[in-house]
Design a protein around this ligand. Structure first.
Ligand SMILES: [Fe+2]
Ligand SMILES: [Fe+2]
Length: 331
């Protein structure tokens, strides 16, 4: 049987459980937080005072911080790319009527994610610290440019990607929250922490999907994981550009900012990989094929190998001036 059909069969075998995953890992729409819970209420007479407070708290945060927050926001705002990509994954069939749990999952996950960009965008707008028009142009570019995360339509590779990526966003939102709090910006810290909480739930769900696939089809799942790590997990905003800039350039410059601030680093990449290796208990998988055995071996040794490489790695200390944020001399 061609490999393709095995994946589809596994997705179909797990599909009846997806309804339960939605209950376990997502929160019903009418119970979950909404962006407005964390923002000034525009119907209230206190609105302008509250906006004033937001602008006051925003004054202490430095240049790299704003660049990082802008790029995080734009990454969240490119959600249409992620939803359309996932909807096209094998086994996630939105044309199969309401019975396909996987497409329901993708829609419900999208609906939760959509609140992240919404909240951060409104915050940036009210903060008065960034050039919103430039931010908007970059967002439009990014959605228009799409992405290529190397997963194809393979559910196994896509769930490795989302397991990895949701934890990466959890870490970076949490760190931004911590930096904001250190500078006395409590309201922004709250916003980023609440978003980080969503990312964690999503991470727990996707890593569970992979764990269950490992029970059904360990050989192909391990091979898919190894394949993703060989090509490296690229960030969803890897095509990020500024107005007039070339595709992907702004992403590299932003990554340097995130490294400098310690918001997302090469060490985090290694730690995430190690956590996934541990949770999926790669070491104790039984009776793998010869090729899967080699792939497992590669994955188990990879964190240490990356550790050695990362110790030699340098990132640029040079501060690029982005069109999104006006230079103010504060790092
Ligand atoms: Fe998000
Ligand atoms: Fe997410």
């Amino acid at each position: 049987m061609p490999e393709k059909n095995i994946r589809l069969e596994v997705m179909q075998a797990i599909e009846p459980k997806v309804e339960g995953f939605m209950k376990e890992f997502l929160i019903p729409t009418e119970e979950i937080w909404q962006p407005t819970d964390f923002l000034p209420d525009s119907q209230s007479d206190k609105f302008f005072d509250e906006v004033e407070a937001i602008r006051g708290e925003a004054k202490e945060l430095g240049y790299d911080f704003w660049v990082t927050l802008v790029a995080d926001t734009i990454t969240e705002e490119a959600l249409p790319t992620y939803e359309s990509w996932l909807m096209d994954v094998e086994g996630i069939d939105q044309h199969n009527g309401k019975e396909n749990g996987w497409s329901k999952w993708v829609r419900a996950w999208t609906a939760e994610e959509n609140r992240h960009g919404d909240l951060l965008n409104k915050y940036l707008y009210l903060s008065g610290r960034v050039n919103m028009r430039e931010v908007e142009i970059t967002t439009q570019h990014l959605i228009s440019d799409g992405f290529d995360i190397g997963t194809d339509r393979d559910p196994y590779k896509n769930f490795v990607y989302t397991s990895f990526q949701e934890l990466a966003t959890n870490i970076s939102h949490k760190r931004v929250a911590k930096l904001a709090r250190q500078k006395g910006n409590k309201s922004l810290a709250k916003m980023c922490n609440i978003i980080a909480g969503d990312e964690m739930r999503h991470h727990l769900a996707y890593r569970e999907f992979v764990k269950i696939i490992l029970e059904h089809d360990p050989n192909n799942m391990v091979l898919a994981f190894a394949d993703m790590m060989k090509r490296k997990i690229v960030m969803p905003a890897h095509f990020l550009r500024e107005s007039g800039g070339s595709i992907g350039l702004a992403f590299e410059q932003f990554s340097d900012c995130a490294q400098r601030l310690g918001v997302y680093t090469a060490q985090d990449y290694i730690d995430i990989l190690q956590k996934l290796n541990d949770y999926w208990q790669l070491g104790s998988l039984q009776s793998l094929s010869d090729t899967a055995e080699k792939a497992r071996d590669y994955l188990m040794k990879l964190p240490e190998r990356l550790q050695r490489i990362s110790e030699r790695m340098k990132f640029s200390e040079e501060q690029h001036t982005f069109k999104w944020v006006t230079a103010n001399g504060m790092l």
